[in-house]
Design a protein around this ligand. Structure first.
Ligand SMILES: [Zn+2]
Length: 167
């Protein structure tokens, strides 16, 4: 059953149970991510489980599927970017363990892990650096400008002029 997930988990208890969780987190719980996108009240389906890897180190494995609204940097119109990601993280690992496993680690606070922050961090890392529509012609001003310019007098500043004119 898909329920709302807790914000924090007591890691020692969940590890002992090899606990598995599936549910939804709310974007509105993630203020740092919300600053980078067009924030709304969307839900982010998430699964994760606590366990141990082959080196007997505590791990958190999971995945999420987020459709985030962002601004296209070519036409400045809203668009949706879908991020599907799986992750494996160590829990409270030493630098040596991180090095030998080639995995990042999350850290508990007094034995509790804040899953909202973990997923928020993962999403921020997974956000594309430059977000644009797949259609390269999504900016009709730019497209019109490049089409109307004869090739021989193609002046790169003309595009800027056109943009200014339409401002
Ligand atoms: Zn666009």
């Amino acid at each position: 059953m898909q329920g709302k997930l807790q914000q924090t988990y007591k890691v020692s208890r969940e590890l002992g149970n090899h606990a598995y969780f599936s549910g939804e987190l709310l974007l509105s719980q993630m203020p740092r991510l919300s600053e980078l996108i067009i924030a709304d009240d969307s839900r982010i389906p998430v699964t994760f489980e606590f366990g141990y890897n082959e080196a007997q180190l505590a791990t958190l494995k999971g995945g999420y599927q987020a459709d985030l609204k962002v601004i296209c940097q070519r036409c400045l119109e809203p668009m949706v970017t879908s991020i599907n990601q799986e992750f494996t993280l160590l829990i409270d690992a030493t630098d040596e363990d991180i090095e030998s496993c080639q995995l990042d680690s999350v850290y508990t606070s007094e034995g509790y892990l804040n899953m909202v922050e973990v997923i928020e961090d993962e999403l921020i890392l997974a956000l594309p650096l430059i977000m644009m529509h797949e259609d390269r012609n999504c900016n009709s001003y730019l497209q019109a400008a490049s089409e109307s310019l004869p090739v021989e007098t193609n002046n790169p500043f003309a595009v800027l002029q056109t943009l200014k004119g339409n401002d």
